[in-house]
Design a protein around this ligand. Sequence first.
Ligand code: GLV
Length: 310
Amino acid sequence: MGSTFVYKADPARGLQWAEVFRREAPEIDFRIWPDIGDPQRVHYLAAWEPPRDLAQRFPHLKLLFSSGAGVDQFDFSVLPARLPVVRMVEPGIIRGMVEYVMHAVLDLHRDMPQYRRAQQRGQWQPLPVRTAAERRVGVLGLGSLGQAVLQQLSAFGFDCAGWSRSRHVIERVRCLAGATQLDEFLSHCQILVCLLPLTEETRGFLDAARLQRLPAGASLVQVGRGPQLVLPDLLAALDSGHLAEAVLDVTEPEPLPASHPLWSHPRVRITPHIASMTQPVSAARVVIDNLRRFGRGEAPLGLVDRVRGY
Ligand code: GLV
């Protein structure tokens, strides 16, 4: 009996996945939700939001893929405990994030927010040009996205640090780990990039106390998940002058209500959760590769540790 793979996310992008599966894994019956065929044959599911009755609907499911980088949108309490869950780790989503963060960091580093404001006032006002080596940048979260971002930041010559729960080693990056080194990390960051996964531990992580640990005049690039940043604390830190600028791609809630004061804050830039997106062709290839790994009895790349939450 053959295997069915069900894709349950944006259908237009699903068509691109279907094309890759047709060419590169024709033995798999690839289907786009709600056209699921025989539910008994569904062994694999890629979803942004799995159906709540997943266990009853697909009794023979062997693997669940998130169609995005995060898995915080999954309610693990309704997923069978034995079902392996796989995050999306694919080159397209990584490249997109590197582009977004480099754009934001270079913009901040080269004082572009000040120049935009000076232009509005019609003021020709040069500021000293600092080298990247003189700018201390830090990345919170050293998963595949955080590591790729740090590689590019260090290639530009920034003075880079990274922080994560567990110890990592990354060339030309000062890697700090765990609660005991968090303050030391934060005090390094003239530009802080947040790329943490959303877990119970990282909800509300960037609060008044932690923002206060950043050097005076620091800036924030938030590309993790909205609930990690306490927005009233961010506003207070900006308004006190402790924080210079903030670039937010994620907020809580999303969308940010039109009346929210951050929209019109002169030192905040907001984008609507577009920093990066799964690219259908490269994602489908990574998923096919993972199906083959799984078939050989190997662990899929991006396997989620349910206790850790990512
Ligand atoms: C987007 O935020 C994703 O998780 O892919």
